[in-house]
Design a protein around this ligand. Structure first.
Ligand SMILES: Cc1ncc(COP(=O)(O)O)c(C=O)c1O
Length: 499
């Protein structure tokens, strides 16, 4: 992006095409039209150009034909808060700053005044001190902090063993290895997830077999699992999406009847509870992840939990190149990897776990603030939390737009427009079965998992982190309401959508 006046300004003798070129080169959504004395005469936005072209206007017509002359301008003395107020109230993304003689001096963009990040890690001075201590200790890896983190974590989840690894993905991979999931096996899982959950069986050349999701919980629909079971099925891999624990009772029941392993992907659900039990405590094994957007972070990192002694020992060995887990032994007894967590990460994990309840409470409070404001906005569906979830650990805050009113493309436009207001959002998640890897490998196509596809075309993950302020939540919600009405200007047409 450039604010070079030679690029962002076009002379009034120029054409619409020249204005498009100016916008393209500057990356700013408008070109500023100037006269012979270089005084600001008007503005042409990308939206004005789009409308003019749709109305059949020739690109070689004069830029003055479509420029707006009733301009909102500011001077160098206008305060940032005044600028921000004008921009947000009037839905303006840029304001030209003019000199006393009317010539253009500069331009101020909304995104320069306001940025609400999608996520942000929350590291306190206590955590910084914990890392410093490790740095001056004899251990940077395989030391006491790993043991402490594992012990704290296993206790918290209520499982016998916790094995720290360097990512949630590594954890899922070791779960595959530990239960001998291999070529020729099938693993039943959800296409609505972060791609790592479906990739894990692929690491061992097993096939991920997708089952569509429940439209409320957004987790795998247990009612559709049995029809996908074949003699090759070895495991079910439910994902606790966005922190929502999958419907574990029927899943465990199916697994028991068909003699299947349950591998829980709890990477997003640290602290959530389903019918009084913690996420990660249901299956034969579970994996958690700790990237910086998670409830707690170890920068990169993950952990496996299990009650099975043999599996725990095998996972400990495999994370460390397959070295035997016996004191003093240097024998490599199985094929392993370097999936070790560092002591620095573990120290971060231990310190963050000390305030886990405080973190979850804060996230819950922010989710409630969002719920309160968003439930008043038509065509917005706030996240569902059913009665079986007696504690929701919010990983992200994901709304859905009414798909009858906003197409996938319009949803993308909403995200882009929010970005221009400094509200950083994203779609979450694109359907895994439609990723090129999966289309190419398994021949999946659009329409195979209709609920996943519909939901995935409607989701918007709003900014969400421990330190999001109420004022920021209000700004996000107001911006969303404005942007929705720009794209679908008659909210009365909305159906009061609630899936
Ligand atoms: C559902 C799910 N599974 C697996 C992972 C993988 O975790 P990591 O990024 O730590 O490898 C993530 C991470 O974001 C996730 O959200």
């Amino acid at each position: 992006m450039t604010k070079d006046l030679n690029i962002i300004c076009v002379h009034r003798s120029k054409t619409i095409k020249d204005a498009i070129n100016s916008i393209y080169q500057s990356g700013i959504r408008a070109a500023f039209v100037i006269d012979d004395q270089k005084k600001l005469a008007g503005i042409v936005t990308d939206g004005d150009i789009r409308e003019a072209v749709l109305a059949g206007k020739n690109l070689n017509s004069s830029v003055t034909d479509i420029m707006i002359t009733s301009l909102i301008t500011a001077t160098k003395d206008t305060s940032p808060s005044e600028l921000l107020k004008t921009m947000t109230e009037k839905s303006i993304y840029q304001i030209p700053i003019v000199n006393p003689d009317g010539t253009m001096a500069d331009v101020v963009l909304l995104i320069e005044l306001k940025q609400v990040p999608l996520s942000k890690q929350d590291i306190t001075s206590e955590e910084v001190e914990a890392i410093k201590e490790v740095l001056s200790s004899p251990y940077l890896t395989i030391g006491p902090k790993i043991k402490e983190f594992e012990s704290v974590f296993a206790d918290y989840i209520g499982m016998k063993h916790a094995i720290a690894v360097n990512s949630g993905t590594s954890g899922l991979h070791l779960a595959m290895r530990a239960f001998e999931i291999k070529d020729g096996n099938e693993v039943i899982t959800t296409p609505f997830s972060f791609i790592a959950s479906a990739n894990a069986p692929l690491f061992e050349r097993a096939k991920p077999v997708f089952v569509d999701i429940d439209e409320k919980t957004l987790c795998i629909d247990p009612a559709k699992i049995e029809e996908k079971i074949t003699p090759r099925t070895k495991a079910i891999l439910p994902v606790d999406i966005f922190g929502y624990v999958a419907d574990m009772d029927p899943i465990l029941d199916i697994a028991k009847r068909h003699n299947l392993i349950v591998i829980e992907d709890a990477c997003e659900a640290l602290g959530s509870e389903y019918k009084g039990k913690k996420a990660g405590s249901f299956g034969n094994i579970a994996a958690f992840g700790f990237t910086p957007n998670k409830q707690i972070t170890t920068a990169e990192g993950g952990i496996i939990v299990t009650n099975n002694d043999e599996v725990a020992e095998l996972c400990r060995s495999m994370r460390n190149q397959g070295r035997e887990e016996k004191p003093g032994s240097l024998a490599y007894t199985t094929l392993g990897y370097n999936y070790r967590m560092t002591e620095l990460s573990a120290a971060l994990g231990v310190t963050q776990m000390k305030r886990i309840e405080e973190i979850l409470a804060r996230r819950s409070q922010i989710a409630s603030l969002y719920n309160e404001r968003l439930k008043k906005i038509k065509n917005v569906h706030i996240p569902y939390v059913g009665p079986e979830i007696n504690k929701m650990s919010w990983f992200v805050y994901v709304i859905q737009l009414n798909p009858e009113k906003f197409s996938r493309q319009e949803r993308n436009e909403v995200i882009a427009k929010l970005g221009k207001r400094g509200v950083n959002c994203r779609d979450r998640f694109p359907p895994i079965h439609l990723e090129p890897l999966y289309v190419g490998t398994f021949g999946y196509k659009a329409g195979d998992f209709p609920i996943t596809e519909r939901v995935s075309g409607a989701t918007i993950a709003l900014p969400f982190h421990n330190n999001l302020t109420e004022e920021e939540v209000i700004y996000v919600c107001d911006s969303l309401e404005k942007v929705l009405s720009e794209i679908n200007p008659d909210p009365r047409k909305g159906s009061g959508f609630r899936p």
